[in-house]
Ligand binder design. Sequence first.
Ligand code: SAH
Ligand code: SF4
Ligand code: F3S
Length: 439
Amino acid sequence: MSTGKFYIHTFGCQMNVHDSEQMAQILSDAGYVKTDEADRADIIIVNTCSVRGKAAQKAYSQLGRLKRLREKRPDLVIGVAGCLAQEHGTGFFRRAPYLDLVLGTHNIHRLPEMIEEINNTGSQVVDTSFHESVRSLGIRTLPPDGNVSAYVTIMQGCNNFCSYCIVPYVRGREESRAGGDIIDEIRFLADNGIREVTLLGQNVNSYGSTLSGDTDFPALLRMVSKIDGVDRIRFTTSHPKDLSERLAGCFADLDNLCEHIHLPVQSGSDHVLKRMKRGYTAGEYLKKIDMLKSACPDISITSDIIVGFPGERDSDFQKTIDLMKEVRFDNVFSFKYSDRRGTASEGYDGKVEEGVKSERLYELQALQESNSLEKNRCLEGIVKDVLIEGVSKNNDADITGRTRGNKIVNLAGDIGLTGRTVRVRIVQAHMHSLRGEMV
Ligand code: SAH
Ligand code: SF4
Ligand code: F3S
């Protein structure tokens, strides 16, 4: 058995968070002990994201800090994992010569043996090879610190190649996990006190396309919903082009499927959507929204939007604003377009100036803030089911949880309620959370 303490710092999306949980699991299984203090660790892994320039920058700054720690502690093992590691491979060693390990997105399962190799030989180790089947898909983990909610990966990779996006290059081709494995893992989670599962994939709506049977995503959801003990099911992310009537029907039929969908639109302009290679028009997107709202009138809808995509004119941006006014999203994650190496749009003309991107982002976020607040105000006075997750981040005396629509609710209550679903009257709406009282 190996000994020593490890610390993992995670950047990026929920998939990366779950990958870090898996790394923690296999390191623990190999005898290492997790610590929350980087200063005390013998092994530090930075799990990185490269979706935008800013995300990559955050990882580089973190590594810069670790360099100083390494100078004080020459025996420290420092590794970089995740999408930026996959992107740069051995190139990372030139940028950061003090690194011991570069671990690509398909090779998480090899982490313990790679650390052993570093300890035995003192050499730098890298593995960014891609495999048809990703071994880490099956690593089971329980989320840390008594969380009641867990992630379950149902597919990996992406075949869509939206023109701005690096994900297909750093995560590889789409691969769906066998339905039986997914169900077994969720049963295991439910038996261990997990009440909510979030099914993860870059494009969950195309689940099943690489499997031999005829299980597609709606069929998988129906199977998951029958598992005893799972009170709530969520999933992310859906691609609008693959959202079917049958998926919308699941929101009407399945009691434990939460009334929330994250459906990234990216832009409201057909001219921009076409250049993004998204495969739908604004009109088609709006029809899907109507379909969802008629299946489930209460559904909460969130989205991602990019401003300043190459060739985006003022009139295109206004179409995005118009679409936001029409849909009235519950929340929007908005980003300035960022060139990514090797993507199609890196070579597009019509690059938008930074200042213009900032102005557009500001206008979009101001509109969303008022939409979010207005939507939350509609909930004042209403009683909602809230799954309690633990102590509130803002105030130790409060507990916190989420509605089925994925809104954060803070309230006075006993920490012993963690993992229980309680009835809560919403008494005050804020932009990003709600205040409630138990009824
Ligand atoms: N698989 C998900 C999104 C993954 S990336 C999907 O298809 O929706 C998360 C978000 O980052 C994207 O929805 C997009 O809004 C944003 N994003 C991706 N590449 C970007 C880029 N080059 N510049 C700015 N934002 C980007
Ligand atoms: Fe990127 Fe498009 Fe795939 Fe999402 S669907 S991960 S935006 S290429
Ligand atoms: Fe970032 Fe990779 Fe996720 S690029 S958004 S961590 S899939």
